[in-house]
Design a binder for this molecule. Structure first.
Ligand code: NAD
Ligand code: MG
Ligand code: MG
Ligand code: MG
Ligand code: MG
Length: 344
């Protein structure tokens, strides 16, 4: 533990493997997070059963990786810790199927707080409800574990029935490699609301709208789509890489003085008071549950609006230009595909 930050950060020394070594973990789902948690736990000496439907195409993969596979219900029945790693939208249905297998003192473990925070899963009072959320897609959680590095993560306790919920969550975090890098303590509410706001207003929604608006502004003014693509989309990565490595300061230091002065004076003309008020509205809809209700209803209706927006986004000019240009140039490095990124 350290007081270096406002928040508490836990490392390997704060975790005691005794809190998981005699437990059996049911890992429900074998996707991005599921495969990584299951294999890391097993390699750390924890008993693991992967819970998948009889007809799941992931069953073969889990078996090939040397893991025991059962139905979610069977796995949960045998387990003392049930790690819910199916997609957030299917968690309530999977939970309904395994609910009766939870015994007093068992643990329900999550990697994201949406369903618990918005009341889509209401665990019984006598089980521990915890979260270890790696801040990384699953393939990195696995790769970092194998290479001896760690993956930073978040820890939260929603319900502590046994008095040991936090110690056990820390031990789980250690077993999947998170405490090697550091685990930050938060709450289900804070993790859920900041995650949703970030992906909506800044990371996924904000960035794509900013790119499209910039691209359209240039093209509508008569500039070539290729130039607009380079300036508004392609260069985004270079700028973000600099900020990732050294904060905004490193980016400002790297660009020309002209770019720095122009950015410092014009940026706030674009993201102005109105944009900030809009962000507040987005945050409010996250906080009061309006967004969650909308997304749950959208799923129940078969995702009509989601489908339509996906198609429109795919057909945007900037996508067609980009596809053409990425094929033409050598800078389209063959990086690993970003499978199931967290911000989905
Ligand atoms: P995913 O979509 O990669 O995988 C889900 C797996 O669940 C599938 O591979 C399949 O095995 C199973 N599954 C799918 N549909 C099912 C159904 N109808 N019934 C039963 N099983 C089904 O999921 P993920 O991205 O690993 O997300 C799991 C959890 O981890 C979520 O709560 C998510 O928010 C959280 N999380 C994800 C990431 C990430 O980078 N992917 C990062 C942090 C937290
Ligand atoms: Mg059980
Ligand atoms: Mg327990
Ligand atoms: Mg330039
Ligand atoms: Mg998210």
């Amino acid at each position: 533990m350290t007081d270096e930050f406002d928040t508490t950060v836990y490392y390997d020394d704060d975790a005691d493997s005794a809190y998981v070594e005699d437990e059996t973990v049911a890992v429900l789902g074998y996707g991005s997070q599921g495969h990584a948690h299951a294999q890391n736990l097993a390699d750390s000496g924890v008993e693991v059963i992967v819970g998948l439907k009889e007809d799941s195409s992931s069953r073969a993969a889990a078996r090939d990786d040397g893991l025991r596979v059962a139905t979610p219900k069977e796995a949960a029945s045998e387990a003392t810790i049930v790690s819910v790693l199916v997609p957030d939208t299917v968690q309530p249905a999977v939970y309904a199927d395994i609910e009766d297998e939870l015994e007093a003192g068992d643990t329900l473990q999550f990697a994201h707080g949406f369903n618990v925070h918005y009341g889509q899963i209401e665990p019984p009072e006598d089980v521990d409800v915890t979260m270890i959320a790696p801040k990384s897609p699953g393939h990195l959680v696995r790769r970092n574990y194998e290479s001896g590095e760690g993956t930073p993560g978040l820890l939260a306790v929603y319900q502590d029935a046994t008095g040991e919920a936090k110690q056990q969550a820390l031990a789980y975090g250690q077993a999947i490699g998170c405490t090697r890098a550091g685990v930050v303590e938060t709450t289900f509410r804070e993790e859920t609301e900041t995650d949703l706001f970030g992906e909506q207003a800044v990371l996924c929604g904000g960035v794509t709208e900013l790119i499209k608006a910039g691209y359209e502004t240039l093209v509508d003014a008569g500039y070539s789509p290729e130039m607009a693509y380079f300036e508004c989309l392609n260069e985004m990565k270079l700028i973000v890489d600099l900020m990732y490595e050294g904060g905004m300061g490193a980016m400002w230091d790297s660009v020309s003085d002209t770019a720095e002065y122009g950015g410092l004076t014009r940026g706030e003309m674009v993201v102005d008071e109105t944009a900030r008020e809009n962000m507040e509205e987005v945050l409010e809809a996250v906080q009061n549950g309006e967004f969650a209700r909308e997304w749950i209803a959208e799923n129940q209706a078969g995702r009509p609006s989601y489908r339509q927006r996906r198609i429109a986004e795919k057909n945007h000019d900037v996508e067609e230009v980009g596809e053409r240009l990425r094929d033409l140039f050598a800078w389209a490095e063959d990086e690993e595909p970003s499978e199931n990124d967290s911000e989905k």
